[in-house]
Design a protein around this ligand. Structure first.
Ligand SMILES: Cc1cc2nc3c(=O)[nH]c(=O)nc-3n(C[C@H](O)[C@H](O)[C@H](O)COP(=O)(O)O)c2cc1C
Length: 204
């Protein structure tokens, strides 16, 4: 195997997960599902992204999590994009359950929610963008993780975060900052941004 340490580049051991060796930027969302007990679950995910320019959303989840099991059973889920001010409550949504099997997460009692309109689920109230998804497909087998792909059947956004012709994009983000999750284990508040320098004639 060719090694690049001479140029200041170190070859990592590809037989082990590499993602804890350097930082990458990710969003942070709360995935909402309905439990078998009929209560609602919210769990943080950072491996979460649009799938296509059209209205599809996907995230990575292990089948061990209740989120995965709930979505396989119910066929739908919600997505709340959280703000920096929700950091602690978002993290607490990953706190362990009370018991081994059937218990809900007590930390969720501190997280204000509101109901979705088309799917059976809730959103985290203080988020800025909200998606309602029906399960399109599950792709298992990325190691012990799976891709859950959903079709967005309804979407909502807080007024303060909505782009509009009379509002400057930088001003929107400055007034309603975004949260970035820097895996593994750091976060940043984004409130200052710059236009992307697309090449002349660029088309999607
Ligand atoms: C900041 C943060 C990001 C996370 N991102 C993911 C992720 O992308 N995929 C995943 O499967 N778990 C992720 N987790 C872990 C779970 O969401 C978490 O353990 C959760 O409690 C599982 O809950 P559930 O059993 O109700 O699904 C993350 C946890 C934290 C704190």
């Amino acid at each position: 195997m060719q090694r690049y340490s001479r140029d200041g580049i170190v070859t990592l051991e590809a037989g082990l997960p590499i993602w804890e060796r350097f930082f990458t930027v990710a969003p942070l969302v709360l995935i909402g599902t309905r439990e078998a007990s009929k209560s609602y679950d919210l769990a943080p995910k950072h491996m979460a992204f649009p799938i296509s320019w059209d209205n599809y959303f996907g995230f990575i989840c292990t089948p061990r999590h209740r989120t995965y099991q709930n979505i396989q059973r119910e066929g739908e889920f919600t997505v709340s994009y959280v703000r920096p001010g929700q950091l602690v409550l978002t993290s607490l949504a990953a706190a362990p359950r009370c018991g081994e099997e059937d218990d809900d997460k007590p930390s969720l009692m501190a997280l204000p929610t509101f109901p979705a309109s088309k799917v059976n689920g809730v959103f985290a109230r203080d988020g800025y963008a909200f998606l309602e998804c029906t399960l399109e497909r599950v792709v298992d087998g990325f190691g012990e993780n799976s891709l859950l792909a959903g079709r967005i059947v309804a979407a909502h956004a807080h007024q303060d975060s909505l782009r509009a012709s009379e509002r400057d994009d930088q001003e929107i983000i400055h007034e309603a900052p975004l949260m970035a999750y820097l895996y593994p284990g750091r976060f940043a508040t984004i409130d200052r941004t710059y236009s992307f320098p697309f090449p002349a004639g660029f088309k999607r």
